[in-house]
Design a protein around this ligand. Sequence first.
Ligand code: ATP
Ligand code: MG
Length: 264
Amino acid sequence: MAKVIAITNQKGGVGKTTTAINLGASLAANDLRVLLVDFDPQGNSTSGLGIDKNPQNPTIYHALLDGLPMERVLIITECEGFQIAPADKNLVGANLDLVDVPDREYRLKLALGPVLDQFDYVLIDCPPALDLLTLNALVAADSVLIPIQCEFFALEGISQLIDTIDKVRESFGHPLKIEGILLTMYDDRTNLTRQVADDLKDFFPDEVLSTVIPRTIRLAEAPSYGKPILMYDPRSRGAESYIKLAKEILANEQRQRQNAQSAR
Ligand code: ATP
Ligand code: MG
């Protein structure tokens, strides 16, 4: 049964999609079966993995609103074990179209249900908004991974995101966990980056992951070739950092499992 991780931050351009693509590819490189759900109408995960946005092709929108079985939406990527449920700009209508639908916050969870045992990990690339799409992602997820760019306003908005996570826990009786806070586009030559990172660690000592993603041009270039960094430049610092992130997330999960077992 897959573990579902929503990659979310309502702030735009913080590295959600870059993390979704490259964490996904790194988990798949560990012989895990991974599904990336592109849940952003911008469809950046879809194009970043080299998938054509042909209007004829079924997308996550059809699974969400037309009852199309999820299996019909999935596309195999160039990386072994890594599949994607693509999105295109039509998904922008979902926020309105969902309003009158029964179980509107549960549509993604319901759509994913039948394919969960085909994967070890499902990653959801969320849009930069706390909208009905993101709510669907949070309800469908076991945990949230929050990429944060180390810049002056980084902390603003995080409390709003944490409030939303708390609300999902309360209103939906859903034990949503925080997978971690991931520092992205990290440049330790600047005082500001170091200072913001220190502040985040003070505020969230248990949540900030020890892996940080450096700012590198190779990570920014890879999507224009339709490839994860592991295929575009496997020896780069960017590739190394995402491999390290996958290992950290796998190790955390193993530790949680052991703790749960010893508590029994
Ligand atoms: P949106 O909120 O619009 O969906 P996002 O949070 O998904 O944005 P990305 O698309 O992953 O953010 O990244 C924003 C931009 O920064 C992109 O052009 C991406 O290539 C670039 N970028 C992301 N991570 C890095 C990095 N570590 N080093 C350099 N550039 C990066
Ligand atoms: Mg994105």
